[in-house]
Design a binder for this molecule. Structure first.
Ligand code: PLP
Length: 355
């Protein structure tokens, strides 16, 4: 605390990101990074953009990138917003659509950044409990609210709602923004982008960080009716006119256009996810069916925090959340096939030591 802080700063509850170790060599399965790295074309484009033009400001409206994204989903660039990571877009959305409104609804177990944005922007919210098996019932998202936020697939559970369920939520909430955070959608869920032409209250947010392995570049985008996009642009232009640098714009465009790399790497991750899930089940783990690039697992005889510490001692980082409902669960990113095997071996050793 400092007497120099604005009063609201004292009330903030900042998001705690997963550890990024310094030099130590860990197998990093704690922040849902994609082990295969970005398309080589994206790396080349970043290098080229860095080699010439850095003295100039970038395009403030990311015209080329938005045009490429829009073309792929058969919409106009006016339906697309680009931001410095999807986290920035989520923040702008909370600012643009949810302030000075009745409470916004989101799940009790979901991406914890939503609570952080509520604090920052003084947005009221109500947490909607997931079922005992962590399923989300769309019927629970009705009645007066200031908006709805759904991570689909959800994090950290990995469970996804069907497009029909998302549509149910939209139909139940025609007068507020329904934000669907699709950070992991490319690993096996259905995107709500297809519904954008029919629902003027739908805001879909995606990222280049996970399925396109560009977490270090910081690029995300949103797809929605142009009126919602304009709301985001007004907030952006009151905050930072140039959220994406030239290397980021060039790299994201090249990554978007390399569909072969995208398909191959995400297919590998999904296959290793399923293979690893089946093995963990034979070891007594409860494994939620995942449509993301991570597994959410729990073992009846091994406390999650103990497993977390023992994995760390064996050089493997995974993620644990200090929230009562999920205190005995771990979220584990799907790494390369070798990293998945190393994880299984380590967990076998840890379980054997407990006996
Ligand atoms: C990773 C993640 C994001 C943010 O990704 P950016 O790197 O900021 O684009 C947003 N939502 C969820 C649920 C995530 O897991």
């Amino acid at each position: 605390m400092s007497r120099f802080w604005s009063p609201i700063v004292e009330t903030l509850v900042p998001y705690t990101p997963g550890e990024q170790p310094g030099r130590a060599k860990f197998i990093k399965l704690n922040t849902n990074e994609n082990p295969y790295g970005p398309s080589p074309h994206a790396v080349a484009a970043v290098q080229e953009a860095a080699a010439a033009g850095l003295q100039l400001y970038p395009d403030p409206v990311a015209r080329e990138l938005r045009r490429a994204i829009a073309a792929r989903v058969n919409l106009s660039p006016e339906h697309v917003f680009a931001g410095n990571g999807s986290d920035e877009i989520l923040a702008h959305a909370f600012n643009a659509f949810f302030r000075e409104r009745p409470p916004v609804l989101f799940a009790d177990v979901t991406y914890s950044f939503y609570r952080t944005y509520c604090k920052l922007y003084q947005v009221q919210h109500r947490e909607v409990p997931l079922a005992d098996d962590f399923r989300c019932d769309p019927a629970n998202y009705r009645g007066e609210s200031g908006g709805v936020v759904i991570a689909n697939p959800n994090a950290p559970t990995g469970l996804a709602l069907s497009l029909a369920d998302i549509e149910t939520v939209l139909l139940q909430n025609p007068d507020v923004v329904v934000l669907v955070d699709e950070a992991y959608v490319d690993f096996g869920a259905e995107s709500a982008v297809a519904l954008v032409p029919r629902y003027e209250n739908l805001l879909v947010v995606q990222t280049f960080s996970k399925s396109r392995s560009l977490a270090g570049l910081r690029v995300g985008f949103a797809v929605a009716h142009p009126d919602l996009i304009e709301g985001l642009v007004r907030v952006k232009d009151s905050f930072n006119s140039y959220p994406l640098g030239r290397p980021a714009l060039a790299g994201a465009l090249a990554a978007w256009e390399d569909e072969a790399w995208f398909e191959e790497t995400r297919t590998r991750i999904m296959a290793d996810r399923e293979r690893t899930a089946r093995v963990l089940e034979t070891m007594g783990f409860r494994v939620l069916p995942s449509t993301a690039n991570f597994l959410f697992i729990s073992h009846p005889e091994a406390a999650a925090e103990q497993v977390l510490a023992n994995l760390r001692a064996r050089g493997i980082l995974v993620r644990h959340f200090r929230q009562e409902r999920i205190r005995n669960w771990l979220r584990i990113t799907i790494g390369t096939a070798d990293e998945c095997d190393a994880l299984v071996t380590a967990l076998r050793g840890i379980l054997a030591d407990l006996k």
